[in-house]
Design a protein around this ligand. Sequence first.
Ligand code: NAD
Ligand code: UDP
Length: 341
Amino acid sequence: MNILVTGGAGYIGSHTCIELLDAGFTPIVFDNLSNSSTIALDRVKQITGQTITFIKGDVRDAEALDHVFNEYNIYAVIHFAGLKAVGESVEKPLMYYDNNVSGSITLFGAMERNTVSRVIFSSSATVYGDPATVPITEDFPTSTTNPYGGSKLIIEDVLKNIHIAHPEWNIALLRYFNPVGAHKSGLIGEDPNDIPNNLMPYISGVAVGKLEQLSIFGGDYPTPDGTGVRDYIHVVDLAKGHVKALQAFENPSVDNLYTVNLGTGKGYSVLEMVAAFNKASNKPIKYQITDRRAGDIACCYADPSYAKTLIDWEATMGVQVMCDDTWRWQSNHPTGYKTND
Ligand code: NAD
Ligand code: UDP
C-alpha cells in the first residue's frame, strides 16, 4: 500500500519511512527539501535495501499534489511537512501560517479531490500550552503562545471540521512530545540547518566540539533540580507510532477521528539529559545556567496510556538509548549530512 509521506526527507519522516517499509508499506516521499536532504533517503535505502520514490514538491502546490495522487494509488497520507522553529515563527508568523496552514489546506483539498481519505497529522504537545498539571491527557485544554503552536491548533481544527463534513475520513492527530535520538545504524539523524533551537542537538553539538557551551535556560523552575522537565521520546519509537496509527484505521472499534499523545510518560530535566549525554559520549558537556527562555514552561510530560489502549503503541526506549543513538549519529557525522561517509 502506497503511503504519501509529506516532509518524508526530514528528521521524523526519514525514520518513519524505515518503519513503514519494515511493516510492508510503500512510502512515497513528497518534500520541498527546505529543511532536509535527499541523502537521508539514500541512507534509508542503505539501511533497508529498498529505494524510495521521491518527488520534490511543495505542499502549497495543488497541481503538483494532483499529479502525485493521479500517478500513484495512495492509501493514506502522513503529513510531516512543516516549519518547526518556535522562535522563528514569532519573527515570521506569516511564513509559518502560509507554509503550515495554507500548505495543509492545499494538501487536504487535493486529498478530497482525489478521494484519498486517510491522514495522519504531526501535531505537538505545544498545543497544551502551560498545562495546569502533569501528566497530560488528551482531553486537557489547548492553547498556544506562538505562531508555530497556533498553526498546529488551526490544522487540528481544520481536520476536525473535515471530519464533520466527511465522517468517513480516517484522521489521526498525533501529539508528539520531545522527539530525540537517531536510527541505531548511526546513518540518519537530526541535522538542523543553523544553530539548534532544541536541547538534544545542542548538547550533541557541544559534545562533538561544534558548539562552545550549552546555555541552560533557567535554573529556578519548580522542578527537582530547578531546570525544565520534558518527555523525551526516541524518534524510532515515534516512527513506529505512525505505523500503529495507520493500522488502527482498519480497526472498526477505533473512531474515525482520534487524538493521541506520543510520549513516554516520564519527565527528565535538562541536567539529567546533560548527565545521560555525558555518559553516552564520554565527553564533558560544558554548560552555564542562564535566564529562562521566553515562552518556556517548567514541566511537560504525557500520559501515554490512551495510545496503548487505542492503537496498541507504547514507547520502549529510555533516555540512555536516546543519548547513545544520538551520539553514534553525531560522532559519525559531525556536520550532519554534509559529512561524507
Ligand atoms: P524536519 O524539518 O526535519 O522535517 C520537515 C520536513 O518537511 C523537511 O524535510 C522539510 O524540507 C519539509 N517541508 C517543510 N515545508 C514544506 C512544504 N511546504 N512542502 C513540502 N515539504 C516541506 O522536522 P521534523 O522534526 O521531522 O518534524 C516533522 C513534523 O513533526 C513537523 O510538522 C513538526 O512540526 C512536527 N513536530 C516535530 C517535533 C520535533 O521536535 N521535531 C515535535 C512535535 C511536532
Ligand atoms: N533548553 C535549554 N537550552 C537549550 C535548548 C533547550 O536549556 O539550548 C531547555 C528548554 O528550556 C526546555 C528543554 O531544554 O526546558 C527542552 O527544550 P526544547 O527546545 O528541546 O523543547 P521544548 O521547549 O519545545 O519542549
